[in-house]
Design a protein around this ligand. Structure first.
Ligand SMILES: NC(=O)c1ccc[n+]([C@@H]2O[C@H](COP(=O)([O-])OP(=O)(O)OC[C@H]3O[C@@H](n4cnc5c(N)ncnc54)[C@H](OP(=O)(O)O)[C@@H]3O)[C@@H](O)[C@H]2O)c1
Length: 229
């Protein structure tokens, strides 16, 4: 285990997170994948990859749960920290129509909680490590076109928090990424999405790999093209 690069994937029970865990396993990494309940997908992966895949439990909106994970992994050094977990509620509604709780849940899950994970685990990343969050093309304020507006604003908030985090670590050697995976067919992306998971996640992992050892913050798509904030 000690010679392998290690990735911590937060929110890996299904969808893009599960695919990230699988892709890193396929590439020979040691993977710590989190879920917040049982995950048939992760159980199946463990069947294929054995001890190379460790499964941890965390609910990212529960700060004590996040701190507990940090404590359990206190002795670990990470090459990649990828916070993938996210939700989409009331995607077709506007500010007047949405239930307040649904909007607050999105802000908590998609913006505040991922940044808490980045804050908590940043010192576990090695000097050439990459801290990535799963953002979205929809998180770009410049490119916003009135699609899934409330969800988009939660990803814009995530991007803004990454900007401020970077400002506090501007001389650091580690890379920070807000990655947009494209519109992908998952429970969240729906069957209408343009891409299969296999057309997104291997490219996302390539982008992370190319950014190792390249200091600074970038908002990038799955091809490594920088996106307008
Ligand atoms: N699919 C797309 O087209 C697309 C495009 C751009 C960005 N994204 C982003 O990519 C990420 C993954 O999306 P997806 O399409 O794979 O969605 P998904 O299939 O709905 O999966 C969401 C994942 O997030 C986890 N999660 C949600 N809330 C959590 C919490 N409080 N604590 C821990 N884990 C939590 C879920 O765990 P449970 O199984 O426990 O619910 C699940 O593993 C999200 O951040 C999403 O916003 C997706």
């Amino acid at each position: 285990m000690s010679n392998k690069s290690t990735a911590l994937i937060v929110g890996a029970s299904r969808g893009l997170g599960l695919a990230l865990a699988e892709e890193y396993c396929i590439r020979g990494w040691q993977v710590i994948a989190t879920s917040r309940g049982s995950s048939q997908g992760l159980e199946k992966l463990q069947g294929s990859f054995g001890a190379s895949l460790e499964v941890e439990q965390v609910d990212i909106v529960d700060l004590d749960s996040a701190k507990g994970l940090r404590q359990r992994l206190d002795a670990r050094e990470l090459d990649v920290l990828f916070v993938n977990a996210g939700i989409c509620k009331a995607n077709e509604l506007n500010a007047l129509q949405v239930e307040e709780k649904d909007y607050l849940d999105m802000l908590l899950t998609n913006a505040l909680s991922p940044m808490r994970l980045i804050e908590l685990f940043y010192d576990r990343l090695n000097a050439k490590g990459v801290a990535a969050v799963m953002s979205s093309e929809l998180g770009s304020i410049t490119d916003a076109k009135g699609f899934w507006e409330l969800y988009s604003s939660s990803k814009a908030a995530l991007n803004m928090l990454m900007k401020h985090f970077h400002s506090r670590h501007v001389d650091d050697t580690r890379a920070l990424l807000a990655i947009a995976p494209g519109w992908v067919r998952t429970d969240m992306g729906t069957d209408n999405a343009l891409l299969d998971i296999s057309e997104s996640i291997p490219l996302v992992v390539d982008v992370v790999a190319r950014n190792a050892g390249v200091p600074g913050l970038r908002f990038t798509d799955r091809h490594g093209n920088e996106l307008p904030w």
